[in-house]
Write a protein that binds this ligand. Structure first.
Ligand code: NAD
Length: 238
């Protein structure tokens, strides 16, 4: 096995499936039985902010109770025991990478435990409910809080750091993402263009699978820890 010095791991909803959190595409494009355009679009939020807040408040409760699984923990092991810099770029709004004590985490689609004030830009960190009655603690204006989730049509977060990591990684790993949601689905192409090896861990065939050098099919909580162990063992052999 080749030795790597900079690894970028892109994760999607599939890595959290074994922690009990539903994926997106698995149920006909519904997210926890809600239409994506109703709960993850700017228009949906403008149309019915109470409905959208309600959805994310419920998801927040679910996520707060979820525990990281073996795949999240294998990332920690990789970061601690393999001699490479490892970045974690996640499309997930859950906080399971943090709970697993992963390092260098970039939440490009936002985080469930944050809300952003559309009046002053303040980011409120909270596990409590946020709704149209919430007052921004910075500007004191009521009703301007939006879940800090990147809706369709909005710009991704942390992209300067992510683009830098994509240009410099020599291994790009994708775990549990369908390759349907852009721009994240295009990251593998950038990494490959700059010379990285590419590998995906997924349950089903993905939309951008032709861009990966290797495919590992199965539950990430089973396949990824085994693969990480192999990589660490190889590195120890020298
Ligand atoms: P997706 O739901 O579109 O696709 C999930 C992918 O994971 C599929 O390719 C499936 O084959 C694979 N998968 C399912 N179970 C798996 C397992 N146990 N092991 C390995 N692979 C598995 O997810 P996406 O591509 O991340 O896009 C969905 C969007 O919805 C993301 O942008 C994300 O922000 C949001 N979302 C987030 C969460 C979360 O935070 N946990 C949950 C649902 C949706």
């Amino acid at each position: 096995m080749k030795k790597y010095s900079r690894i970028l791991i892109l994760t999607g909803a599939g890595i959290s499936a074994e922690s009990g959190l539903a994926t997106f595409r698995s149920s006909n494009g519904l997210w926890n039985n809600h239409k994506v355009e109703d709960v993850a679009s700017v228009e949906g939020f403008q149309r019915n902010p109470d409905y959208v807040h309600d959805f994310y408040n419920n998801l927040k409760t679910e996520i707060q109770q979820a525990k990281p699984n073996a795949a999240h923990l294998a990332i920690t092991r990789l970061q601690q025991e393999y001699p490479a810099h490892v970045d974690v770029v996640t499309q997930n709004v859950d906080t399971l990478h943090e709970k697993a004590k992963n390092q260098n985490i970039y939440h490009i689609h936002g985080q469930i435990n944050q809300a952003v004030c559309l009046n002053c830009g303040h980011i409120l960190e909270t596990w409590g409910d946020v709704d149209t009655q919430t007052i921004c603690p910075q500007c004191n204006v009521m009703g301007m809080m939006k879940p800090n989730i990147v809706f369709f049509g909005e710009n991704l977060l942390c992209m300067d750091s992510v683009e830098e990591a994509l240009r410099h990684c020599d291994l790009f790993i994708s775990i549990g993402t369908s390759g349907v949601v852009y721009p994240a689905a295009g990251f593998v192409q950038t990494a490959k263009y700059y010379g990285a090896d590419t590998i995906e861990f997924t349950l089903d065939t993905t939309a951008n699978n032709y861009l990966f050098d290797q495919h590992v099919y199965g539950k990430a909580g089973e396949t990824f820890p085994l693969w990480v162990d192999g990589l660490i063992q190889e590195a120890k052999k020298g």
